[in-house]
Design a protein around this ligand. Structure first.
Ligand code: DOR
Ligand code: ZN
Length: 346
């Protein structure tokens, strides 16, 4: 029986760090196990210019513990007014790694997102030219479409047409949650990548809704049926190089989660690697964890692999910390509701 595994130090290819007091509280949690992360730009107001990305990067660096080796990889929030020259300069100067597309209204702080996809066509063409990847929140916002179908419909109505119209555009399907997403991502060729979160590998909608509603499992895209979770687990453990980890760790204050209108997001950063080791072991695929967490992402983003390692050791079930707190900030830590036997020991 395997009781210890050592991996190239992992990266998180989709992370929300927020700003201000929340940033101070959560940044150390990601820096502990991850070397780099793609930082989501959905602040209020969003990060839309190269100058704003530089300033936000500096605030993140300042929030890291002394000696932490963690590189925030910045993104711009695509709007219908995005300036292609500013974007290209930020990419050329290494300030941004990617650009994020939120359909307007799809999720938390997405009001400034894109309504008319034709309006961003010239920017997407420029991104294809300069090799800047587009990270996509893939859900339609059409109120006629059921929330559980929004990802599958997005692929047909928006994503596939965008990719056909913009050859060479490198796209990451962020946090895929369906069999349709997994199938599309695995057949899309080298210019298409996809990230998968911890919670979508561990939970389905029954976990969120049966026997009471669990707000800490509510995220977007919403948890789907069991069969979709199985398809995601198969994709993550397949060894397919286009599929990699993006935790989508999305902290909200505990009071905002446990409220009349619960905010979307699961705060998984502190226990993401323990959760993943459990999943990959259950699937008999511990040998695929390094690819998913540490190798496929850098390969897609054309970055070097990390040089350090982490070691996970199996033992008695770990105690999941209830919350991360700092001053007034209290964020409940994701608890998958099953024992976790792996902990990061080095
Ligand atoms: O659950 C989510 N939370 N999904 C998103 O797309 C956004 C995120 C957030 O920013 O809280
Ligand atoms: Zn996200």
């Amino acid at each position: 029986m395997t009781t210890s595994i050592t991996l190239i130090r992992p990266d998180d290819w989709h992370l929300h760090l927020r700003d201000g007091a929340m940033l101070q509280a959560v940044a150390p949690e990601s820096a502990r196990h991850f070397s780099r992360a793609i930082i989501m730009p959905n602040l209020v107001p969003p990060v839309v210019t190269g100058a704003e990305a530089t300033a936000y990067r500096d605030r993140i660096r300042a929030a890291l513990p002394e000696g932490a080796e963690f590189t925030p990889l910045m993104t711009l929030y695509l709007t219908e007014d995005t300036d292609a020259d500013d974007l290209a300069a930020a990419h050329r100067d290494g300030i941004i790694t990617a650009v994020k597309l939120y359909p307007a209204g799809a999720t938390t702080n997405s009001a400034s997102g894109v309504r008319d996809f034709d309006k961003v066509r010239p920017v997407l063409e420029r991104m294809a030219e300069i090799g800047c990847p587009l990270c996509v929140h893939g859900e339609v916002t059409d109120p006629e479409i059921d929330i559980f179908d929004r990802e599958a419909v997005f692929i047909d109505r928006i994503l596939d047409p965008i990719r056909r119209a913009t050859p060479g555009l490198r796209v990451v399907m962020e946090h895929i949650t369906t069999k349709q997403g997994a199938d599309y991502a695995q057949s899309g060729g080298p210019d298409l990548g996809a990230t998968i979160t911890v919670q979508h590998l561990m939970l389905d909608r029954n976990d969120m809704l049966v026997g009471g509603m669990r707000p800490h499992y509510y995220c977007l895209p919403i948890l789907k049926r069991r069969e979709h979770r199985e398809a995601l687990r198969a994709a993550a453990t397949s060894g397919n190089a286009q599929i990699f980890l993006g935790t989508d760790s999305a902290p909200h204050p505990t009071h905002a989660k446990e409220s009349e209108c619960c905010s979307a997001g699961c705060f998984t950063a502190p226990i993401a690697m323990s959760c993943l080791a459990e999943v990959f072991e259950e699937e008999g695929a511990l040998d695929k964890l390094e690819g998913f967490a540490s190798r496929n992402g850098p390969a897609f983003y054309r970055l070097p692999e990390n040089t350090g390692t982490i070691t996970l050791t199996k033992g008695d079930p770990i105690t999941i910390p209830a919350a991360v707190t700092l001053g007034e900030v209290n964020v409940t830590v994701f608890d998958p509701g099953q024992p976790l036997h792996w902990s990061v020991t080095a």
